[in-house]
Design a protein around this ligand. Structure first.
Ligand code: ADP
Length: 374
């Protein structure tokens, strides 16, 4: 099948046409500056995209939708009803869901005969037990307002863990896997017998690891202090924690490559930031190993996970107590110059296996879309 995968942002549209049989990308493009004169709205962006694709057969459209709330545990066909259900939880991801759904609606208008499928970043985590997804706040906040942990990056964690099981010549159902996705957003996921049982992002993608521009975990009481110090409203404080913190706040750049360059130059702030990122990550990995009562494989993915050998060395080094070892020669191969490589970096005699795996969320969306409409 030829599946068109759409990722609609606030002013941009990324798309790929993927042949699910061969996994080949047939066409790929990126339309920017939607809302400006050339492409005034999403309908005109869709028309541009479909005009460019007019010589190709398209069987269905798969849309990345960040938040599906608690109702969707897998990819779902778009109908008036499912669309309304997703709209009713969109306040949980106010930056992402509205543009994602604008893309869905534009496709329905511009190409009314093609089926549309929504693939949610949250869906993979709907297997988490209540012990992992509940916050310790009054029950009513969960029941009435949906305030709980949802988790994100599910499409990536799902995809790389399947790839990992294949590389191990096993199936996920027999494995305990920790997936570490480190890109602009970062999250860790504990995957026990193929199911996400805990993940580091929460109600929103702000919780958990230190990220490019997000603080990750922080004492909630600090919010009041930050707001007072800057004379911020609550919304401004949350925006600050999302956009001005993390690596950017610590070092002045949100790019991990800049951090590594500065560290090489001996900049102490860069060294501290690296150690903070690594330390927080190790705490989550250690916790998830314990939660799963052991671990068979650890995966590193995302721009940083795939390309920064020093971070992988740090994490696996801290697991030396349980017999984990890394092969430094293999590890060094998965660096900035070889961005899109997948392979094993397990050391000889290691008690668990370690992989650098290139994620492919678009392919995963295409495969899930195909299975929904088949
Ligand atoms: P996104 O999360 O937006 O999909 P990526 O997965 O590409 O983005 O992750 C972006 C982060 O990965 C940035 O911090 C960037 O520094 C880092 N990164 C991306 N490519 C490389 C590379 N080739 N080498 C080292 N770091 C990289």
């Amino acid at each position: 099948m030829n599946i068109l995968v759409f990722n609609s942002g606030s002013s941009s549209l990324r798309y790929q046409l993927i042949d699910t049989a061969t996994r080949a990308v047939i066409v790929k493009d990126y339309i920017e500056r939607i809302g400006e004169s050339e492409t005034p709205d999403f309908n005109s962006a869709m028309r541009r995209a479909f005009a460019a694709l007019s010589s190709h057969k398209i069987d269905a459209i798969g849309h990345r939708v960040v938040h599906g709330g608690a109702n969707f545990s897998s990819a779902t066909l778009v109908t008036d009803k499912t669309l309304a259900q997703v709209e009713s939880v969109s306040h949980l991801a106010p930056l992402h869901n509205p543009p994602n759904l604008t893309g869905v609606k534009a496709c329905r208008e511009v190409m009314p005969n093609l089926p549309n499928v929504m693939v949610f970043d949250t869906a993979f985590h709907m297997t988490m037990p209540a012990s992992a997804y509940m916050y310790a706040i009054p029950q009513n906040d969960y029941k009435k307002h949906g305030i709980r942990r949802y988790g994100f990056h599910g499409t990536s964690h799902d995809y790389v863990s399947q790839e990992c099981a294949k590389l191990c010549k096993s199936t996920r159902e027999k494995m305990r896997i920790i997936s570490v996705h480190l890109g602009n957003g970062c999250s860790v996921c504990a995957i026990d017998k193929g199911k996400s049982i805990d993940t580091s992002m929460g109600l929103t993608p702000l919780e958990g690891l230190i990220m490019g521009t997000r603080s990750g975990d922080i004492d909630p009481a600090a919010i009041e202090y930050i707001a007072k110090a800057h004379d911020f409203s609550t919304a401004e404080t949350i925006s600050y924690l999302n956009k001005k913190c993390g690596l950017l706040g610590l070092t002045g750049s949100n790019d991990f490559r800049d951090l590594m360059t500065e560290m090489d130059k001996g900049n102490p702030d860069a060294t501290t930031a690296f150690e903070m990122v690594a330390h927080r990550l190790v705490k989550y990995v250690g916790a998830y190993i314990t939660v799963m009562n052991g671990c068979d494989a650890i995966i590193f993915t995302g721009g940083i996970g795939n390309n920064i050998p020093e971070l992988r060395t740090y994490v696996i080094g801290k697991l030396g107590y349980m017999g984990a070892k890394i092969d430094e020669k293999e590890n060094a191969k998965y660096n900035s110059k070889d961005r899109f490589q997948t392979g094993e970096i397990t050391g000889k005699g290691s008690s668990l296996r370690t992989f650098a795996i290139c994620t492919n969320e678009e392919l995963s969306i295409a495969l899930q879309t195909a299975s929904v409409i088949q």
